[in-house]
Ligand binder design. Structure first.
Ligand code: AMP
Length: 114
């Protein structure tokens, strides 16, 4: 269920300090170490799965809870409005292979696909 080489598993285990925002039985959310917006929180299932497609297949209820946690963070920090990004694969920027949604908000972001 967890991978000792995975940095997010180490954060979940309390082995690496983090700025934790939400903890539930199945989900943790902590601030990104290199934020791209006033709110930039990573929402992460405790279970080690590589990406959102694996999560959707293995535990769709946890994916639904992850989205609910993202909404709660946005409600608290940015008027309920947020962008939720799941980089899926190294060519599009995934660097940590433990599924996580980036909750981005708190600014007028506009839209740029790249
Ligand atoms: P991705 O590139 O989509 O896989 O996102 C990984 C994110 O994890 C990046 O935005 C990093 O800034 C962030 N990150 C890496 N290490 C840590 C850490 N120790 N604490 C918080 N965020 C981290």
């Amino acid at each position: 269920m967890s991978d000792t080489d995975c940095i997010f598993c180490q954060i979940i285990a309390g082995e690496i300090p983090t700025d934790m925002v939400v903890e539930t039985e199945t989900i943790v959310a902590f601030r990104d170490i290199a934020p791209h917006a006033p709110t930039h929180v990573l929402v992460v299932p405790r279970q080690h799965l590589a990406d959102i497609t694996d999560l959707a297949a293995a535990a769709p209820d946890v994916l639904a809870e992850l989205i609910d946690v993202a909404q709660r963070i946005a409600d608290d920090e940015c008027d309920g409005q947020f962008r939720l990004i799941f980089n899926t694969g190294p060519r599009v920027g995934q660097s940590v292979f433990h599924v996580h949604g980036h909750v981005i908000g708190g600014a007028d972001l506009g839209w740029s696909p790249a």
